[in-house]
Design a binder for this molecule. Structure first.
Ligand code: HEM
Length: 162
């Protein structure tokens, strides 16, 4: 589940979003043509596929495959004035964080440019959590991004998403 269902879900939502946004597909294809010129990417070329990575990141903002996570409180605690008794389940709602208008401008719209190098700098810390955060951060996050870059590049070189 951790390694396959997550990536498959992310890619499925990505095709859905791309089918709605031909202008994003056109921009991605321009990048793929410039960097790869019809070839498959090598590992070294993957960082050059910046816009492709932005599409992946923005798709997982709108449709995070892991849309919640939970923890059991090991001790009594307080968070922002709320009492959390020992033993209760506390849920972090990633989907809600990703679509909060306190953290994102026009949060429901699909805009890969949010994840450009420049725009990323203005993101609020922990406003984007597709791979969780802290000590339990996903151990496969870089691998997952690499898989998705490879699939996305190969598919866009061959197929349309009407
Ligand atoms: C798009 C793909 C993926 C997403 C969205 C994703 C999401 C997540 C999230 C949110 C967590 C943290 C859960 C928590 O804190 O409760 C997590 C943990 C984890 N993920 Fe991923 N994951 C992905 C891909 C992968 C892959 C490819 C692997 C392995 C090859 C993997 C292995 C793990 C493992 C082992 C943990 C537990 C880490 C720990 O508790 O120390 N994940 N993942």
């Amino acid at each position: 589940m951790a390694g396959h269902e997550t990536t498959a879900n992310a890619l499925s939502w990505m095709w859905y979003l791309l089918s709605q946004h031909p202008e994003v597909v056109a921009k991605a294809r321009t990048e793929i043509d410039q960097v790869l010129g019809g070839r498959k990417p090598t590992f070294e070329e993957l960082p050059q596929l910046e816009y492709l990575t932005q599409i992946i990141e923005e798709s997982m903002r709108l449709y995070p495959p892991a849309w919640i996570t939970d923890r059991i409180a090991v001790e009594d605690d307080y968070f922002e004035g709320i009492h959390i008794p020992k033993g209760v389940v506390v849920i972090a709602y990633f989907y809600g964080v990703h679509r909060s208008d306190r953290l994102w401008t026009d949060p429901h719209s699909f805009d890969p440019d949010r994840f450009s190098k420049v725009n990323k700098k203005s993101h609020t810390p922990y406003s984007y959590l597709p791979f969780g955060g802290g000590p339990r951060l996903c151990i496969g996050n870089s691998f997952a991004i690499m898989e998705m870059q490879l699939v996305l590049a190969a598919m866009l070189q061959r197929y349309d998403f009407p």
